[in-house]
Design a protein around this ligand. Structure first.
Ligand SMILES: Cc1cc2nc3c(=O)[nH]c(=O)nc-3n(C[C@H](O)[C@H](O)[C@H](O)COP(=O)(O)OP(=O)(O)OC[C@H]3O[C@@H](n4cnc5c(N)ncnc54)[C@H](O)[C@@H]3O)c2cc1C
Ligand code: SF4
Length: 575
């Protein structure tokens, strides 16, 4: 079998640990628990797409969109791009084995140390020293690197030229991309990045260090079983003290198989939206939790915006793999960033990255950019025209800063909804608009904040960095989980620091505030840190060292890591 996932009808009725979701938090939990010798099952709602199967054409991309709002539900519930349309804010997250890592830009940054000094975090985070070990382990596994060729790329040079307007130049951005052929820590042979720019469409080369090519194959190599098309609805605690995880089988799951599974330990890692939704529904089923559940949702002060009509070439539209046009080297999705640090107020610090739109979007760019009702660019623009015509000067910006984390996630008619009435007036958006406008003008173009404003997307802000909802806190009155990611027990009579034994959240939902940088590295580090505590609390040992089989495994067939299992003595418990 070349895939990591197993058919649902192979699921056992009980595991030592069930991990819900397979993004950064879920990948870390699955790998580390399997290395501790636990029998682990991972339940993921999306599909497994292996290298080479990511959308390459617009027609493929359309099939990968799911749009869900109060009055709209379009697309397949296993589509790769999960867009939640909200009255106050839209949110984009990934859906598939590997979660957001499949479609993100891979920028991996550690937050300003002042972020962790905020009293909103439980004190142990800054004090017990394990956060540094968490970041070190995360970096060893997702391997952030700066492209040695970054400064030679056209889009980087365009950012450097435009940045004179801000008085501060760019630096190469650390991204989780392999710029040389390598055998990664999970034993997968990753080819070098071709600099095709398609990272946010899904890497068809296998050079992006996704969770699907790192932590998940490591988990499988150590005996974890992975099941896709399983959307978890809620968890309950049985009389025997075990957790029961209830899920729906989505189309594609096959006719047979269970719809619930028991476990001594459950790690919710379904992302900010998914984990909060599961807990909100579990509360409706009787699980007593903190009143803070759903609160402190943050968009991480994050926006995507554009500059159109630059007088200098930018070349920020992906060419894909195999390349759709010859002789254009775009670079990874993000090569350069401008870091503006406010020494007196961390909330005013911001990072601006130049980004690339995936090649599958190229055919529709002319219809997206319609300022003042006039179609810019040729409607009949063929793909090559997009690369050579006015769109060769299209700038895409990813900007990250801080917001007040004042959103609230709630359940409405059994569906997750975000309420944040003041979202569009958050001061961060004015700061970002001013900086991005200067950059677009600096390149001789104009700032296009939201090309989709005339559609059902409306004027609401949108984020790809949702955080919070199950935030950390020192005790139940302040958060939903403690510093070890254990969920506080909300039963009457429970102490304010008491937890539900064996129940955890490990993903973006646990952030009690904005991070001010792209969140993947922090999510991974806090999950690695939590796993160190899990092992300590249970007297278990595990190492996080790379473990390879005799033969490297292809990015096109990650499931081949199973063949190395029999020779691993740490797995004798599963024999
Ligand atoms: C286009 C884009 C670009 C981005 N660029 C960057 C970047 O450059 N750097 C960065 O740091 N971050 C970036 N991000 C954000 C980053 O990818 C996310 O913050 C990160 O993936 C979140 O990790 P997580 O573990 O919290 O959850 P996720 O990665 O979202 O994983 C959660 C998983 O759980 C699954 N799931 C959800 N609900 C259920 C359920 N009920 N049952 C079973 N499974 C479920 C989901 O399908 C998903 O696979 C980007 C995001 C997007 C969309
Ligand atoms: S630029 Fe292309 S090859 Fe490199 S990581 Fe991104 S998608 Fe993969």
């Amino acid at each position: 079998m070349t895939r990591l996932a197993s058919p649902l009808d192979r699921m056992l009725s009980r595991y030592d640990a069930v991990v819900v979701g397979s993004g950064y938090g879920g990948g870390v939990a699955a790998s580390r628990l399997a290395r501790m010798g636990k029998r682990v099952a991972v339940l993921e709602r999306g599909r497994e797409l292996v290298t080479g199967e990511f959308p390459a054409r617009f027609s493929d991309l359309r099939g990968e969109m799911q749009l869900v709002g109060k009055q709209v539900r379009l697309g397949s519930p296993t589509g790769l791009y999960d867009v939640r349309l909200g009255a106050d804010m839209h949110v984009l997250v990934g859906c598939g084995l590997g979660g957001g890592s499949l479609i993100n830009a891979g920028v991996a940054l550690r937050p300003d140390p002042r972020v962790f000094r905020d009293s909103v975090w439980p004190g142990q985070i800054a004090q017990d020293g394990l956060i540094d070990e968490g970041f070190a382990r995360a970096a060893r596994w997702v391997r952030p690197a700066r492209d040695p060729a970054a400064a030679t790329q056209t889009k980087y040079k365009a950012l450097a030229s435009a940045s004179r307007a801000l008085g501060q130049g760019p630096v190469a951005a650390p991204v989780v991309v392999s710029f040389e052929d390598c055998i990664n820590p999970a034993g997968i042979a990753q080819p070098a990045c071709t600099r095709c720019g398609d990272c946010c469409g899904g890497c068809n080369v296998g050079a992006k260090n996704t969770v699907a090519l790192t932590y998940l194959p490591d988990a499988v190599r150590h005996g974890a079983e992975i099941f896709t098309h399983a959307r978890v609805r809620h968890v309950t605690k049985g009389g025997d003290g075990r957790w029961q995880v209830y899920f729906e089988r989505l189309a594609g799951a096959g006719a047979d198989g269970p719809s619930s599974v028991a476990a001594d330990m459950v790690v919710l890692a379904a992302g900010t939206l998914g984990s909060t939704e599961i807990l909100l529904r579990s509360r409706e089923q009787g699980l007593a939790l903190s009143d803070r559940l759903g609160a402190r949702f943050s968009a991480n002060g994050d926006i995507i915006a554009f500059g159109y009509g630059a007088k200098i070439p930018v070349n920020a539209i992906g060419v894909g793999h195999p390349p759709k046009v010859a002789d254009i080297e775009v670079g990874a999705c993000v090569s350069g960033q401008i870091e503006i640090v406010d020494a007196t107020d961390v909330a005013k610090s911001l990072t601006i990255q130049e980004g690339v739109l995936p090649s599958a979007l190229a055919p529709i760019l002319p219809v997206l950019f319609i300022p003042n009702g006039r179609l810019l660019g040729a409607l009949k623009s063929l793909i090559a025209g997009v690369y050579k015509g006015p769109f060769a000067g299209l700038q895409t910006f990813f900007a990250v800063s801080h917001d007040s984390a004042s959103g609230r996630l709630v359940l409405e008619d059994d569906r997750l909804a975000l309420s944040w009435p003041g979202a569009k007036d958050e001061p961060v958006y004015q700061r970002l608009d001013a900086a991005l406008e200067a950059l677009a003008r600096g390149a001789g173009g104009s700032y296009v904040k939201n090309p989709l404003a005339g559609t059902m997307m409306g004027q609401q802000p949108a984020t790809a960095h949702p955080l919070g909802g199950c935030g950390m806190g020192a005790e139940r009155g302040q958060g939903v989980v403690n510093h070890k990611c254990q969920i506080f027990d909300g039963r009457a009579g429970a102490g304010s620091a008491d937890v539900h034994e064996g129940l955890y959240v490990m993903d973006g939902a646990i952030m009690p505030r904005s991070l001010g940088v792209n969140p993947l590295l922090t999510i991974t580090a806090l999950a690695e840190r939590a796993m160190l505590h899990v092992a300590r609390d249970r007297g278990l040992r595990f190492d996080a060292e790379p473990r390879h089989g005799a033969a490297p495994v292809s990015v096109h067939a990650p499931g081949a890591v199973r063949e190395a299992m029999g020779s691993d003595p740490s797995r004798s418990h599963l024999a």
